[in-house]
Design a protein around this ligand. Structure first.
Ligand SMILES: Cc1cc2nc3c(=O)[nH]c(=O)nc-3n(C[C@H](O)[C@H](O)[C@H](O)COP(=O)(O)OP(=O)(O)OC[C@H]3O[C@@H](n4cnc5c(N)ncnc54)[C@H](O)[C@@H]3O)c2cc1C
Length: 291
């Protein structure tokens, strides 16, 4: 591994200046559970590593009924799933945060790092898509926002330009009668990469029988995480029935574009998307009815 400089900025302004100075040769370190492995493996070389754990904006975890949830990019998973508001209002996010790695990994790893690593199998990303999250990005030209479904552009690639960093993810305030769930399939019980994953979010109407709105995100079945937009749209205005859920699962299968690899075949992954969509959506509807 080539030597690089380690810096620990104390403000967002300082972090942006330090990133901008080195352009593509600077990288952020949040939990380090991806980047340290990748640097050691020689996947890329850098001149500067910015530890962003001391930047306040990246460690914010706050909620207001008007603005929803602000999740700072470096907030570790354990803070997310232990948070009572997240448990109650955003259970799909708690699902994702609590299955990334094991207890040690969750002590460091962040949802922001999961997103910026931009692996198609990142377990947090379908949940972010399902929730309609907006990404707040800071760079030398100021701040901009990007819908999360547009963030990842290829395996390990995303919209961040040299010098830019992810500040936070904004979750809309939970709609009345809404619920979410994330499920993945792995060959072991834990500590494995998803063969397929599905995040589902649903809002029911006042009668709690019909669906007002739904969003589905898929993991590990394409070069990027996938927003199965049409599958969610199909449910709008329809009964939250088993037969409609099954129809959505078929549509999600069509949105999946997996490859064969050592973890699973195309056929298995498409089948899994169907099974997981049914289960995640059914759980999201159940939670929406309780809420
Ligand atoms: C044993 C083990 C088990 C794991 N299990 C899982 C699992 O079950 N599911 C799963 O999805 N992943 C898993 N991972 C991968 C990893 O833990 C997750 O992707 C984690 O969420 C990464 O977060 P981090 O904070 O550690 O990211 P880091 O490693 O700090 O960063 C990841 C990437 O994002 C960039 N980055 C980080 N923060 C920012 C920012 N604010 N702005 C711009 N760029 C940024 C970094 O430069 C780097 O390129 C596992 C890893 C290990 C080692």
């Amino acid at each position: 591994m080539k030597d690089f400089e380690y810096v620990s900025p104390k403000s967002l302004k300082e972090a942006v200046a330090l990133m901008a100075e080195k352009g593509p040769k600077a990288r952020c370190l949040a939990g380090g559970t991806d980047i340290l492995v990748q640097l050691r493996g020689g996947r890329f070389q850098i001149d500067r590593l910015l530890d962003v754990k001391n930047v306040a904006e990246l460690n914010e975890l706050s909620y207001s009924p008007k603005d929803g949830l602000t999740l700072g990019a470096a907030v570790p998973c354990y803070r997310i799933y232990e948070d009572k508001t997240v448990q109650k209002m955003y259970p799909g996010l708690a699902d994702s945060a609590s299955l990334i790695g094991g207890t040690q990994i969750q002590g460091r790893a962040s949802v922001g790092g999961n997103l910026c690593n931009s692996s198609p199998s990142g377990d947090a990303i379908p949940t972010l898509i399902a929730h309609g999250v907006t990404c707040v990005i800071a760079g030398p030209k100021g701040q901009r926002t990007v819908p999360v479904e547009e963030f990842c552009t290829g395996p390990g690639r995303n919209v961040l330009q040299p010098g830019e960093l992810l500040v936070s993810m904004k979750f809309p305030s939970p709609a009345r009668n809404s619920g979410a769930n994330y499920l993945r399939f792995i060959p072991r019980n834990e500590m494995d990469i998803a063969v397929a994953g599905v995040g589902a979010w649903v809002q029911l109407d006042a009668s709690k029988r019909k669906v007002a709105s739904a969003r589905i995100g898929l993991a590990a079945v394409g070069p990027t995480p996938i927003f199965a937009r049409e599958a969610g749209k199909f449910l709008e205005g329809k009964e939250a029935s088993q037969s409609n859920v099954e129809e959505v699962a078929e549509m999600a299968k069509k949105a999946a574009k997996p490859i064969d690899d050592m973890r699973g075949t195309t056929k298995q992954r498409v089948h899994l998307v169907g099974v997981l969509t049914k289960r995640a959506l059914t759980k999201a509807i159940e939670r929406a009815k309780e809420g």
